[in-house]
Ligand binder design. Structure first.
Ligand code: AMP
Length: 285
């Protein structure tokens, strides 16, 4: 493993690799690494000659300054988890390298409907920030394959639109399955902020998604969503359910509320566990 915190040098190195015919895989992250991230890294390493993982907590995608401040950061622990990997470069750019001008908060790309609902509705400006940072990271890491997690499914669709429709870059995007704790809770950097009681209640998120997957053929979409929200809200340490929605996995459009969902749908949810906001989803297929 090599640590590179010089953005210009990272770009030069990637370009040299590509000139030599090497295939480069890229895993963008915000650090506080867990098994979910490591699975992406292992897959990228298996499918590419060189792999780059970036660790950069992107200020422009946080709509809540408190959330940005509290986001877990632990570079030395991250490095320890990565140091045994060969052919892996850890790209850890400075904020100044990614955002050299005062343009920081501007949203440069229009993702339309995709960015206005679900996470977009609850975190205004979030996807503008995601688009901004991914475009800038890809400037320094011009990879051939990009590895993203299904955990952030809406983000995967937004980034796919950015890369293929807006920037028209020849990058293959690989959406990797969600890695979970034994009780089903999706691994997340935010999980460390849950206390024991909140952590126990947090399992309800996956349990309810699974219930929705097992019952979507029996009741209408609106009934499914309402019952799911009731099941989650019943837990003591749930402050609120931002959303529990059943939508098309292709374009996130909502089926008519009286309709029964089909296996092309996905259920997505965001739940606030007394200040710790967790997201998760499940494909019905
Ligand atoms: P983050 O550092 O949380 O921004 O995540 C970096 C990448 O890791 C994103 O593509 C996430 O979707 C992915 N990721 C995060 N958690 C998981 C998980 N539990 N399983 C699979 N991928 C994940």
């Amino acid at each position: 493993m090599i640590l590179n915190d010089q953005a210009g040098d990272m770009r030069h190195t990637c370009q040299e690799w590509k000139k030599s015919g090497l295939q480069v895989g890229f895993v963008p992250t915000m650090g506080a690494l867990h098994e979910g991230h490591l699975t992406l890294v292992r897959r990228a390493l298996a499918e590419n000659d060189k792999t780059v993982i970036s660790i950069f907590v992107n200020p422009t995608q946080f709509n809540d300054p408190e959330d940005y401040k509290k986001y877990p950061r632990n570079l030395s622990q991250d490095i320890r988890q990565l140091e045994s990997f060969e052919d892996l470069t850890v790209f850890h750019p400075s904020e100044e390298a990614i955002y050299p001008s005062a343009k920081k908060m501007s949203g440069e790309y229009d993702f339309g409907y995709l960015a206005t609902m679900l996470e977009g509705a609850h975190r205004p400006g979030h996807f503008a920030g995601v688009g901004q940072v991914v475009a800038r990271l890809l400037h320094f890491v011009p990879a051939s394959k990009l590895y993203l997690g299904q955990k952030d499914y809406q983000q995967f669709l937004v980034i796919s639109k950015l890369i293929h429709d807006i920037l028209k870059l020849p990058i293959e995007i690989i959406c990797c399955p969600i890695i979970r704790e034994p009780d089903g809770l999706a691994m997340s950097s935010r999980n460390v902020r849950l206390n024991k009681e909140q952590r126990r209640d947090a399992a309800v998120l996956f349990e309810t998604l699974l219930w929705a997957k097992n019952n979507y053929k029996k009741i209408s979409v609106s009934e499914l969503e309402q019952q799911a929200i009731s099941m989650i809200s019943a837990k003591e340490h749930v402050l609120g359910v931002d959303y529990f929605k059943v939508v098309s996995a292709v374009n996130l459009k909502t089926p008519p509320s009286h309709k029964i969902a089909d296996d092309s749908c996905i259920a997505l949810s965001a739940v606030n566990f007394e200040g710790v906001r967790l997201i998760d989803n499940i494909m019905f297929k």
